[in-house]
Design a protein around this ligand. Structure first.
Ligand SMILES: O=C(O)CCC(=O)C(=O)O
Length: 365
């Protein structure tokens, strides 16, 4: 064996055998070049250049039967490139740049402001205020509102959930039957100095009484440039491969917003990724992905609009006896105090009420 100038192994069929062979085993040594020539004829097709061996693909590489790659978190569909599909499978999220137009975002912003001013009154809409201002005198404008939830009956906002460019991506995760299960417009206020504008790290599945998790996806669109200064999303890539963890209110000195449960235990040393996004960029993510958002250190209100979608093939589960019992209890309390519903309410009742069909068939949900 000789090495060529690049250091690669190169076997010359005319190469002399080592001298030790010639002296110690004379007959075999003389026969060896002939045997080697036969061997090389088998290895090298006619016409290949003499003097070196070329690497040919192994039978596995040239097999006519292709072994399909196993995808768990994405469905077969021609939209995602193989690289995008692999990225989501590995990381549990995927950012698509510039997916929602400025014009649509301005329309959502205007509608949000109308709701905050009480120009539009929508039964069932949950309007939430930051813990630091919730108990202060109510100011009926957007500065008092951190989030509106359940806008499925506000047609102008629900348009977000049905935008064709969003839905075509959603379909890669849910399949063709799609329900909007949870809608939010988040208006992260400037932090009042108590760090209460943070959103603790959590898994959205904690809030959901439906499964399977792999047929649920969130679309979250930045309504302006969002980076670390105004509290971008923070994700722990790959955590969607884990299981649902226990969630509770974190013990934060400056207070925690209502329903902002956080994962009790997770690997604090796991790499965190801050998702800086431009206006209109949209991230799709799995409901087990551990994520949260940072403090808003600017004077502006950081806005994002989002919808969780589930496949028509999902079904409800009973959360009694599971880690989700605490969220069921709290949701029932809210139904009681906000909407005067006194009979026992399950998470399933609440989600059946707030879900709205976007496309295809509703079936189980
Ligand atoms: O927009 C944010 O700050 C985080 C939203 C979020 O993770 C959620 O509401 O579940």
């Amino acid at each position: 064996m000789r090495r060529d100038a690049l250091g690669g192994a190169r076997l010359a069929h005319s190469a002399p055998l080592p001298s030790a062979c010639e002296s110690d085993m004379e007959a075999p040594a003389k026969a060896a070049p002939a045997r080697l020539a036969v061997l090389l004829r088998h290895l090298r097709p006619a016409g290949a250049s003499a003097g070196s061996l070329t690497a040919f693909p192994t039978s596995a590489q040239v097999a006519s039967v292709k072994h399909p790659v196993q995808f768990r978190y994405t469905l077969d569909n021609n939209l995602l490139t193989p690289a995008q599909r692999h990225f989501y499978e590995e990381n549990g999220y995927l950012v698509i740049k510039n997916l929602v137009s400025d014009e649509d975002i301005e329309r959502f912003r205007d509608e949000f402001e109308r709701i905050c001013r009480r120009d539009v009154k929508v039964p069932g809409l949950l309007i939430m205020r930051d813990v630091s201002i919730a108990k202060s005198e109510f100011v009926p404008d957007e500065k008092a509102v951190t989030k509106i939830q359940d806008f499925q009956d506000v047609d102008e906002l629900f348009r977000y959930c049905t935008l064709p460019q969003i839905i075509k991506y959603v379909e890669c995760f849910t399949g063709p039957d799609i329900l909007a299960m949870h809608t939010m417009l988040i208006n992260k206020p400037p932090d009042p100095g108590k760090k209460s504008s943070r959103h603790p790290m959590h898994q959205d599945l904690h809030f959901f009484p439906f499964r399977p998790a792999d047929l649920i996806v969130c679309a979250w669109t930045a309504m302006e440039k969002i980076d670390r200064s105004n509290g971008c999303l923070v994700v722990l890539p790959g955590t969607h491969k884990g299981s649902l963890k226990q969630h509770d209110y974190p013990e934060w000195e400056g207070g925690v917003n209502k329903l902002y449960h956080g994962v009790r235990d997770f690997d604090k040393s796991a790499p965190r990724l801050h998702l800086a996004m431009e206006k209109g960029d949209t991230v799709f993510f799995h409901p087990l992905l551990i994520h949260g958002s940072g403090m808003n250190r600017t004077d502006g209100f950081r806005k994002a609009i989002s919808c969780h979608y589930a496949s028509g093939d999902c079904h409800y589960i009973d959360v009694k006896g599971t880690t989700q019992e605490n969220i069921e209890r709290e949701a029932a309390e809210i139904a009681n105090t906000k909407y005067g519903i006194h009979s026992p309410v399950t998470l399933k009742d609440i989600w059946a009420f707030r879900s709205r069909l976007v496309k295809g068939e509703r079936r189980n949900l």
